[in-house]
Design a protein around this ligand. Structure first.
Ligand code: KG4
Ligand code: ZN
Length: 340
């Protein structure tokens, strides 16, 4: 198979990449939209306009750096859901346009599947494996049984874990998105100073809940009079919150592994997979089960187009191209994927 172009535009990262069939990254580019920070969250219309502005340039750039023309490609893969509809329309529309012009197959990529399959690109993980998908919008345990074959074992009943990090970041007055800032601050904190709850720990099942933990953090923060939360106090709050999250994740992963006896690895993916405390807690859980814990390199934890192009390759190998009639889907659960 010839190289595949991947396009990602489902949230606030505009990205393009070209991969060879063996997964070698020929060129990649990610543009993180920083305009949203001053609004404290992604503004969908601003995001869509930014994708529209930057994506054609990024595609041209990765192709030229890979030394390829559109006609040299074997296919085009673009994220077509789930995500913000404006960005999905821009990215999948451009992807279809390129594929149409060059007579190439088009793959409508599910963003969650792209996160789910990244470990196969980076670590050649074989099916089946347990996936903990932990990002700003998603938090679930998934049995990954094949390309397109996903069984949801559990998920959050309120906030996604990245969302909880972002809300705690906001409470502590940190820039948005809060996750990486909370982690940095937590490095200087005492995780034992504040006793935060561990929602659902010890309960059966693989569901998550973070709203109670977030409320507990808010209750601690409001006890400090205006402006009296010193850096050390904030660091202790961040460390306590992060420790609670890591412990809960490990507990839920334990139950998920017990529910999936054939799993060959514990894979963590999504933006929160960048968090070292979370990685360490999950690695300990995996080791206790005699399994490897696989986390993508940091640059592939967040949204990127390498994972999209890779998903295109996995699907094209199995003859799973999509027609041009496929429509962008703001909501697109993994269990609704067609497999081989
Ligand atoms: O996968 P992603 O880039 O976008 C979504 O699809 O949601 O995940 C973004 C989320 C944000 O909530 C961000 O705060 C969180 O991942 N995140 C982190 C870290 N880096 C990113 N959370 C905790 N620790 C980090 N180091
Ligand atoms: Zn994502």
């Amino acid at each position: 198979m010839r190289p595949v172009l991947g396009i990602e535009s489902s949230c606030d990262e505009t990205a393009a990449a070209v991969l060879a069939e063996d997964g070698a990254v020929l060129a990649e580019a990610v543009l993180s939209q920083r305009d949203h920070a001053r609004f404290g969250g992604v503004v969908p219309e601003i995001a869509a306009r930014a994708h529209l502005l930057h994506l054609p340039g990024l595609v041209t750039d990765v192709l030229s750096r890979a030394g390829l023309r559109v006609g040299d490609l074997g296919g085009v893969a673009a994220t077509t859901g789930p995500g913000l509809i404006g960005g999905l329309i821009v990215g999948s529309g451009l992807g279809k346009g390129v594929a149409l012009a060059a007579g190439l197959p088009f793959v409508a990529v599910n963003h969650l599947e792209a996160h789910a399959l990244t470990a196969r690109l980076t670590d050649q993980v074989t099916f089946p494996y347990l996936l903990l998908l932990v990002s700003g919008g998603h938090c679930q345990c998934v049995a990954v049984e094949g390309v397109g074959q996903y069984r949801r074992l559990g998920g959050t009943i309120d906030d996604a874990v990245g969302e909880a990090f972002d809300k705690v970041g906001k409470l502590l007055g940190l820039p948005w998105p809060g996750g990486p800032h909370v982690e940095r601050l937590a490095a200087d904190g005492d995780p034992a100073r504040f006793a935060f709850p561990r929602p659902l720990r010890g309960r059966p099942g693989c569901d998550f809940s973070f709203s109670g933990l977030k409320t507990a953090v808010a209750q601690v923060v409001v006890k400090f009079p205006q402006g009296a939360l010193a850096r050390q106090d904030a660091a202790d709050v961040a460390a306590g919150f992060q420790a609670a999250v890591a412990e809960v994740m490990a507990d839920r992963a334990r139950n998920a592994l017990a529910a999936m006896p054939g799993a060959r690895a514990l894979v963590v993916a999504g933006g929160v997979a960048a968090n070292t405390a979370v990685r360490q807690a999950l690695a300990a859980t995996a080791t206790a089960h005699g399994l490897p814990m696989i986390a993508p390199p940091l640059r592939l934890c967040g949204d990127n187009a390498v994972m999209v192009a890779w998903t295109g390759i996995e699907r094209l190998r199995l003859g799973l191209a999509d027609g041009f009639a496929v429509a962008p889907r703001p909501r697109w659960p993994l269990e609704e994927m067609a497999g081989a």
